[in-house]
Structures are given as structure tokens and as C-alpha cells.
Design a protein around this ligand. Structure first.
Ligand code: F0G
Length: 317
């Protein structure tokens, strides 16, 4: 099952390079078929589910896994069922899951509770669980590391990556290890949802970056060994820092990512790094139009009259 995922752009970031004194690149994972890195793992997980004779795939999700699972399930002719925290997922992701024909369940609870429930469900029924606790997901997602090393001709010095359920950082580390390289992995969590930084689960995680609103990551141990093994770090960034990086990426680098993705750049800006740095922009900005509209300048209304158009175009001054 493939939608031709992967092979995403690695673009230089002149503004960020100048600002940080590093050689910064952006790995634009929003260019995947459903607009996030999840597709790299979902192609493998859904192919395996099909081979194993599953009739349905299920996941808990903050939105992107749901959109991806729904698309690949549709393609495979499998039933897709996704459980998301009610009112806490971005509009675009919800539209995707529904358009791909998944059954979408809005849980009156958070992601961590949803994950616990689907794990129990998958024990009781012949349904394939396609969250990143499924090792096929990790095997697919590790290809991001291969691509970056191939394109740069060597490993970067530092990889900056947002961390939620901690599957992606686990995957990138596995990819680098298989390539025999050891860049520092710098993981960033939102300050209101930073269990790995605090060293304990967070009961009620909160952040504007809804994709990483997670209080008890499933890949906790794997992520911590990635940070230790790579001589990296896991740090927190505030919502304000995330939104600032989000705006800056759009207005200065011409790259529109979703808020959670901007945590990688927020972390780089706050904590710094050295050498050649790759920031993983995990999902497309179009996923979350609401946060963009809340944040951006307003549109300028105008009558179809040349004087008025002139004033509007020239900025009224
Ligand atoms: N960035 C985005 C845009 C995400 O959607 C996620 C996770 C992450 C970063 C963090 O990756 O969980 O592997 O550490 N989204 C999951 C979901 C939880 O359900 O879509 P992670």
C-alpha cells in the first residue's frame, strides 16, 4: 500500500542560519501525501495489516495519525476507525479523516486515554493497531534519517525534532544508527505537555500545538535512550515561542508548517546549536487554518474602485 510517500524537500533556511549562526535546513514533511510524516510509517503498518488479514485498522490520534491511517485504510479497502480527543484536533485533520471514510470517534478525554483504550480494544478484536507502538510505523519513519544523510552527503551535526508520543524521534534515531552515524538529537516538547522534560507523566497536558498535546508518551524509554545515546537533549518550549517560530517560518522562510512542527525551530532559537542543523517540520500548515487565522494579520476589505484599491495596496499612508 503506497501513496508515494517520502522523498520530501530538504530546504536551506537562510534567515534561521543568519539568526542562529548555524547552517540550518528544514525537512518539509508536510509534503507527504496526507501532509505529515505519519505516511512514512503508515504505508508499512497498513501493508502489514493487510498481509496479516486484518479487516480494520484503528488508532488514537491528535489528528495526523488519524488522517494518515484513514487514507491508507481507504486505499487498502480496510475499515478505518480513529479515536480523537473531542474538540482538540485541527480542522483540516478532521476533514481528512472523514473524507477518507473513516469512522471518527470524538472521545471526551485526552490522547493518552484514547491510546490506552485502543490498546485494550486491539487485544479484544482482530483489529490492527497502527499507532507508533506498532513497530512497522517506526520502520517506515526511519527513512527520514536516510534521506537527510543522502542529501547532505553526510549526517547533520544536530537534528531538531518535536516530541509528542515519541515515536518519531525513536524512528529517526533508529535510521541514523542503521546508517552508522550519530548526530545529536534535540527533542522539544511544549511546556504544558513536557513529561519527558519533567521526568513524570502530565495528567492534563495543554498546549496550542494540539498535535503534541500528550502527557504520557508510549515510546518514553526509546526516546530517552535516543537522547542519551546521541549526546542530545530534550527540552521544553512555551506556546509563545512555538507561535513565534511558526510565524517566522511562514513570513521569513516561506514555509508554512503546523504549530507542533514549529517546536523544532522554537527549540533551536531558544537553546541554540552548532554546525549543520536539520529541523524536522512534521506537518503542513494547512492542517490547522484556525490557529493561522487567529495569529495572522486581518484581510483588508475594499470596494471595486481604483482610488480605494490604491490606498489599500499602498498601505493607506
Ligand atoms: N508533529 C506533528 C505534526 C504530529 O502530528 C506529531 C504527533 C508529532 C509532531 C510528534 O510525533 O508523537 O512521534 O513524537 N502526532 C500524533 C498523532 C500523536 O496522533 O497524529 P511523535
Amino acid at each position: 500500500m503506497s501513496l508515494e510517500e517520502g522523498g520530501t524537500p530538504l530546504v536551506g533556511a537562510p534567515f534561521l542560519s543568519e539568526r542562529t549562526g548555524c547552517d540550518v535546513y528544514l525537512k518539509v514533511e508536510g509534503a507527504n501525501p496526507t501532509g505529515s510524516f505519519k505516511d512514512r510509517g503508515m504505508t508499512v503498518a497498513v501493508s502489514a495489516a493487510l498481509e496479516e488479514g486484518a479487516k480494520a485498522v484503528v488508532c488514537a490520534s491528535t489528528g495526523n495519525t488519524a488522517a494518515s491511517a484513514a487514507a491508507y485504510a481507504a486505499r487498502a479497502g480496510l475499515r478505518g476507525v480513529v479515536i480523537v480527543p473531542e474538540g482538540k484536533i485541527a480542522t483540516g485533520k478532521l476533514a481528512q479523516a472523514l473524507m477518507h471514510g473513516a469512522r471518527v470517534i470524538a472521545l471526551r478525554g485526552n490522547f493518552d486515554q484514547a491510546l490506552e483504550l485502543v490498546r485494550e480494544l486491539a487485544k479484544r478484536h482482530p483489529i490492527a493497531l497502527v499507532n507508533s507502538v506498532n513497530d512497522y510505523r517506526i520502520e517506515g519513519q526511519k527513512t527520514g534519517a536516510f534521506e537527510v544523510c543522502e542529501e547532505l552527503g553526510e549526517a547533520p551535526d544536530v537534528l531538531c525534532i518535536p516530541v509528542g508520543n515519541a515515536g518519531n524521534v525513536t524512528a529517526w534515531w533508529r535510521g541514523f544508527q542503521e546508517d552508522g552515524v550519530r548526530p545529536r538529537l534535540h527533542g522539544y516538547q511544549a511546556a504544558g505537555a513536557a513529561p519527558l522534560v519533567e521526568g513524570a507523566p502530565v495528567e492534563q497536558p495543554e498546549t496550542v500545538a494540539s498535535a503534541i498535546r500528550i502527557g504520557n508518551p508510549a515510546r518514553w524509554e526509546d526516546a530517552m535512550s535516543a537522547f542519551t545515546g546521541s549526546r542530545g537533549e530534550v527540552r521544553a518550549v512555551t506556546d509563545e515561542e512555538i507561535l513565534e517560530a511558526y510565524s517566522l517560518l511562514g513570513s521569513r522562510e516561506g514555509v508554512f508548517c503546523e504549530p507542533a512542527s514549529a517546536a523544532s525551530v522554537a527549540g533551536l532559537l531558544r537553546y541554540g546549536a552548532e554546525g549543520r542543523v536539520v529541523c524536522v517540520l512534521t506537518g503542513h500548515g494547512l492542517k490547522d487554518p484556525q490557529t493561522a487565522m487567529n495569529r495572522a494579520a486581518s484581510v483588508i476589505p475594499c470596494e471595486p474602485d481604483i482610488e480605494q484599491v490604491e490606498t489599500a495596496v499602498m498601505g493607506g499612508g
